[in-house]
Design a protein around this ligand. Structure first.
Ligand SMILES: CSCCC(=O)C(=O)COP(=O)(O)O
Ligand SMILES: [Mg+2]
Length: 245
């Protein structure tokens, strides 16, 4: 297996989640269906129309949707279902998902299947003194839950101790935008040259490269196929074992 190295020592690794450290099927076939199943019971006890002044946590989150959406339980459900089915990276949806998934993880129904090479790299890079950060469209709350309940031999293991920080679309901006990576670089206080961003999404990799970071495209079974044009953007890896930092 050929190894990819960089001009200077990488000190910070920034990781995407879906399609990079965990399979897309986990998100599409486990997390999203769990969320949609739980939504009717989550919405039932609320008072409609939703008020922005509400002290109820879920109502406070939902109040960030346009007011016509939260007129009734039915209109709220329809809007949420539309966002999930179209995988729209909406910050209110992402915030709500973080709360709804909590019960699923805590009951043991959901455990996050990280790729073995990603688990090994999290340990290895930590031992080598690298700082590891997460940047996902999933909310910071959802990210912390996912890493708290990692499936290791059918037991939940907490990996948050190996991570130095979390970024989402509310902290840093959308993942296709160069400014988001500039914002993250400011926050982590490493230079772009000593930082490496790994993602399955070529538009994200392209934005990170534009911001001056090192970035590689992660290829996993079940990820979206890459075109000839995509392959010109950056090098690809199929396992974190291929990176020498
Ligand atoms: C960490 S929460 C589950 C994933 C999710 O909701 C999502 O939108 C994943 O986006 P990513 O940026 O990790 O590809
Ligand atoms: Mg991804």
């Amino acid at each position: 297996m050929s190894s990819i190295s960089f001009d200077i020592t990488i000190k910070a690794v920034i990781l995407d989640i879906e399609g990079t450290v965990a399979p897309i099927t986990f998100v599409k076939d486990v997390l999203f269906p769990y969320f949609l199943r739980a939504i009717p019971d989550t919405l039932s006890p609320l008072t409609y129309p939703i008020q922005s002044s509400s002290t109820n946590t879920i109502e406070a989150i939902l109040s960030n949707f346009p007011s016509e959406v939260t007129e009734s339980k039915e209109s709220t459900f329809k809007h949420i279902e539309y966002l999930v089915k179209n995988d729209i990276k909406d910050s209110t949806l992402k915030s709500l998902q973080g709360f709804v998934w909590t019960a699923g993880y805590e009951s043991g129904e959901i455990k996050a299947p990280l790729y073995d090479d990603a688990i090994a790299a999290l340990h290895r890079w930590n031992e080598e003194g690298k700082k590891i950060f997460i940047y996902s469209s999933g909310s910071v709350k959802a990210q912390k839950l996912l890493f708290q309940y990692v499936n290791v031999n059918d037991k939940s293991v907490d990996f948050n101790g190996l991570l130095s920080g979390y970024f989402d679309i509310t902290t840093s901006g959308y993942k296709f935008e160069t400014t988001s990576y500039v914002n993250i670089i400011k926050d982590i206080q490493f230079s772009p040259e000593e930082s490496l961003f790994l993602s399955d999404n070529v538009k994200e990799v392209s934005a990170a490269l534009e911001a001056g970071l090192n970035s590689l495209i992660v290829v996993r079974e079940g990820n979206a196929p890459l075109s000839e044009e995509d392959l010109k953007v950056s090098k690809t890896i199929t396992s974190f074992d291929q990176i020498s930092i």
